[in-house]
Design a protein around this ligand. Sequence first.
Ligand SMILES: C[S@@+](CC[C@H](N)C(=O)[O-])C[C@H]1O[C@@H](n2cnc3c(N)ncnc32)[C@H](O)[C@@H]1O
Length: 168
Amino acid sequence: MVSNLIPPHSEVVDVCCGDCAIAPLLRAKGCRYVGLDLNPFFVTHACARGVDVRRWDARTDPVPTADVIVIQSALYHFIDRDRELLRALMEKARRVVIVSEPVENWATSGSRILRSISRTLTRVEGEIFERRYTEHDLRMVITSVAPRARFIGANRNIIASLPVEQVK
Ligand SMILES: C[S@@+](CC[C@H](N)C(=O)[O-])C[C@H]1O[C@@H](n2cnc3c(N)ncnc32)[C@H](O)[C@@H]1O
């Protein structure tokens, strides 16, 4: 879904890329892909597969410039400074920032066991991230940074396209 929103031959930076599942789809469209992630495991494995993924910390490192900047299933790590991060992404994107974020998943399940498993699996450097967005809160955050954001997905996963021209 996210890859469908990215024009062929774009330069794409995928922040907090994880296993960079989107990279082969973008390569097939002639895009230049760079993934960024804090976790050295993902970096090593992607590089071994020939994918350009670099170690990077969203809390401290500058965002590189690209036509399209993508952040998928990772904004919840930065709930206390999400607007700041989104603005930084908007500043460095030439065309668009695409946010894809789950709003209901195991981490917000009514089941204590599922919540616990999910939150444990999404630890970063030992830190557990308890909070997740509601659809309402996520839409509020995104529209406060990009009032003309277009929301494409709904239900359990919100996909938003934040056009850069309209805020520059
Ligand atoms: C739930 S995973 C999502 C991965 C991928 N974007 C996807 O959709 O499958 C969240 C990712 O954010 C990364 N991450 C968390 N905090 C980070 C930070 N401060 N800087 C860079 N990456 C970070 C984690 O290492 C993890 O790969």
